[in-house]
Design a binder for this molecule. Structure first.
Ligand code: GDG
Length: 742
């Protein structure tokens, strides 16, 4: 398949439309909504309009709920220069329960690590499902082939899977703008909701988070909630691969930086300078929200005033809070508390000619915002928890006329990229006070050097790189999905295999053992071959044109026992040993197995902690079997064991953790079934190759065989094999057909 390099339309689904609509005598006027998501996508759409993008053919479509949207039949025709708008209508009652309830009384506080603010309410959850379904219904009406559907944020976690159910081939990306919490927090959700959220998100092809930590938290939650295998950042669901990746959102650096020189900004700056009349300026701007740490910030500033009286009269803190969610009780109360704290601090420290805090509860115009960023000596950005925090990046971009210092909370996603800021713990008021004092006296050369490093990063990974990186990686995962696509063997494929088999003279058949020739049993030694299967294998192997290879993870002794008196080639321990038909066993490599001494005690510890599990020792590997353990307990232990082993072998590229059916095996990475197959193929030029297997260890085989090989994976998992077949009996039926075809 050709690599997809562009799409017809970008369809955004986000809770809110990017504009509010106000009625004027010339019709409806759109006014931009506040918030990080809107800022980012608007910047992207402007860019896409200016430069004919290689990714997208036409206007961006945006589906969301509209504030004050005209209730006319032509609502859908409200045109905007950047977007084609798809209004989603949700009844007020549902919206209150969905947005006010599930989103803002549960997901927001939970994902921002405020569990005590969480309200768990079944009707909220029902409304959340209903609202996501409503979005799905509206989107289904307009989605066309070639669209890239990009779903945003915590209000729509169930939507990806809902769309997937209706349009299986859709290209769906999902981006979470807030943190994804650790499993310790996520597990506070009732089990069903947890599962629904993870499954809902996994409906997407690509899942984006701001930071590596959030991505890892998500993957851990997937591991704890489902039985899906995760390798690096790829999740192998039953139907497809899904990738989870960190895409730290950026800003339109040029727009902010050049705005500092614009006439409108310069006018504001002149006014501000006049007001400051030589005082230093500390500035902050955030939406009204407890996650932004507004009260903590005031406490830090108060500590600074207390500890550094020499700054009284010489510094002013412009504390801007942008109205948001202030109809909600908690926010109303917080606003009151902020106002009384500001009043108290000002009352305590003001003089006739000086006020330490200038508090504004309002939204600033773009030029006012840029002017204040530029003129301030300190940007005081101290959220208690923040997905990214664009304000911090915008602040850096606007350091033009008066270079300042960024004080940034280490709890903001942005702290990963802005390490030259003064990073502080927002709960530590003393640290914050010290940081303010340090910032106000910082040497100009140091300020400049710190800013230059941060600017470099913000310029190079901006909002466009963020979006295009997301698109590119989605295309890549689509490509990978295609190569792992499940095509079930049908009659036509069977006929084709059989007829090619018939016409061939030098055939080789690679057959895995467990899960392929023999179903799983309670203990490995009980999974023995049946007479019927052995008969088919014998029939195949007596044919002079055939070479039959049993390629397994089992040890030599077991395979010898099962295939005694047959003329088959045996591959044991995933390729460590090979016994060509009629010859002796030989090992394919020499490996150092002293590592076992370190790993064995760890596995023993897990056997002790998880009843029903046991260790299998092979020449070149150690395997932990958990088939007979309580599945919940085993899932948890497996997860811990993986983490522990990954940590241990992190720097040893020679190692491999193989996961088969209810078994985890540690071995050297220098041999695998693919290597063994290559070794056997060296001495022959087959005109027919068939390989059958059932788990990840067989993927090495599928990957290595030439393109014309028939590769088959049993079960429905995504695979590099060309085909899937549902069960062992059906596979045996196919082998039987081969025996009768000559
Ligand atoms: C969410 C996540 C994540 C703010 N006040 C004014 C104004 N703004 C603009 C800023 C900035 C945006 O709003 C705020 O973005 P943040 O990132 O700081 O915060 P959230 O709104 O909470 O955004 C956050 C973000 O999504 C993106 O993924 O970073 O972690 O919580 O762009 O400039 N703009 C104007 N006047 C204001 O008064 N013009």
């Amino acid at each position: 398949m050709e690599k997809i390099t562009h799409f017809e339309r970008l369809v955004i689904a986000a809770y809110r439309l990017p504009f509010k609509f106000t009625k004027t005598n010339k019709g409806y006027k759109a006014v931009q909504n506040s918030g990080g998501l809107v800022s980012a996508i608007l910047a992207l759409s402007e860019k896409l309009q200016q430069t004919k993008s290689e990714f997208i053919d036409s206007k961006i479509v945006w589906a969301g709920i509209g504030d004050n949207l005209p209730k006319t039949s032509n609502a859908k025709e409200i045109k905007n220069e950047h977007f084609e708008i798809v209004p989603v209508e949700i009844s007020q009652r549902t919206n209150e329960l969905f947005y006010g309830g599930f989103c803002n009384d549960l997901l927001w506080p939970l994902f921002h690590y405020f569990p005590s603010y969480c309200v768990f309410n079944e009707t909220y959850y029902e409304a959340y499902r209903e609202a996501n379904a409503q979005f799905c219904d509206e989107l289904i009406k307009i989605i066309k082939p070639g669209d890239f559907i990009w779903i945003h944020d915590y209000q729509l976690l169930l939507l990806p899977e809902m769309i997937r159910q209706k349009i299986p081939d859709a290209t769906i990306g999902f981006f979470l703008h807030i943190p994804f919490p650790s499993f310790e927090l996520f597990r506070l959700l009732p089990r069903d909701w947890r599962k629904a959220i993870i499954d809902g998100m996994l409906g997407a092809d690509m899942l984006g988070f701001h930071t590596h930590d959030y991505t890892q938290h998500f993957i851990k939650c997937v591991k704890r909630t489902t039985s899906y295998e995760c390798r690096q950042n790829v999740i192998y669901t039953h139907h497809k691969l899904v990738k989870a990746e960190a895409f730290p959102i950026g800003i339109d650096y040029e727009k902010f930086n050049t705005a500092c020189f614009k006439k409108k900004t310069v006018t504001v700056k002149l006014k501000v300078k006049e007001i400051l009349s030589g005082q230093k300026l500390i500035f902050s701007v955030d939406r009204l929200d407890y996650s932004k740490g507004l009260l903590s910030r005031l406490a830090g500033y108060e500590t600074f005033l207390e500890k550094y009286p020499q700054w009284h009269g010489k510094v002013m803190f412009n504390f801007v809070v942008v109205p948001s969610r202030d109809q909600i009780k908690k926010y109303k109360e917080m606003k009151k508390e902020i106002e009384s704290t500001v009043g108290r601090i000002n009352g305590k420290y003001s003089s006739l000619s000086w006020r330490p805090i200038v508090y504004q509860y309002k939204s600033l115009s773009f030029n006012e915002l840029v002017a204040l960023y530029d003129l301030s000596d300190v940007g005081l950005i101290t959220p208690l928890r923040d997905g990214m925090n664009l304000v911090a990046k915008e602040y850096v971009a606007c350091q033009v006329e008066n270079e300042g210092v960024l004080i940034l909370s280490e709890m903001a996603g942005a702290a990963d990229e802005l390490s030259e800021a003064i990073l502080i713990n927002p709960f530590d008021h003393i640290e914050m006070a010290e940081a303010i004092a340090t910032a106000l006296t910082m040497d100009p050369t140091e300020k400049h050097e710190r800013l230059e490093k941060m600017k470099y990063r913000i310029i190079h990974y901006n909002v466009f790189s963020w979006a295009f990186d997301f698109f590119n990686q989605t295309f890549d995962i689509k490509q990978q999905q295609h190569s792992m696509k499940t095509t079930f063997i049908d009659e036509i494929i069977t006929e084709n295999i059989v007829s090619n088999y018939k016409n061939a003279n030098h055939r080789i058949l690679f057959l895995d053992y467990d899960g392929t020739l023999v179903p799983f049993a309670k203990f490995p030694e009980l999974a023995t071959i049946t007479q019927h299967t052995l008969k088919v294998i014998r029939q195949l192997s007596i044919d002079q044109k055939n070479k039959i290879v049993i390629i397994s993870g089992r040890n030599k002794e077991f395979l010898d026992q099962q295939f005694a008196n047959t003329n088959v080639t045996l591959v044991a321990e995933h390729g460590y040993f090979i016994k060509v038909a009629g010859k002796e066993w030989k090992s394919t490599i020499k490996t150092d197995t002293t590592w076992k001494e370190t790993i064995r005690p760890i596995l023993t510890e897990f056997v002790n902690r998880c009843e029903g599990t046991f260790i299998e020792e092979k020449t070149g590997s150690l395997a932990w079997h958990y088939r007979n353990a309580d599945s919940d307990n085993a899932k948890i232990r497996l997860h811990e064991l993986r983490d522990k082993l990954a940590e241990l072998i992190r720097h040893k590229t020679d190692f491999e953790i193989l996961e088969g059916h209810k078994v985890l095996e540690i071995k050297s990475g220098r041999y695998d079934k693919g290597g063994a197959a290559n070794y056997l193929l060296k001495s022959m030029h087959p005109d027919f190759i068939l390989a059958v297997g059932d788990d990840r260890t067989d993927e090495f085989l599928f990957k290595t065989l030439p393109k014309n090989a028939y590769t088959i994976r049993i079960g429905s998992s995504p695979s590099l094999a060309k085909y899937n077949i549902t069960s062992i009996p059906l596979m045996m039926k196919l082998l039987k057909e081969l025996t009768t075809s000559d």
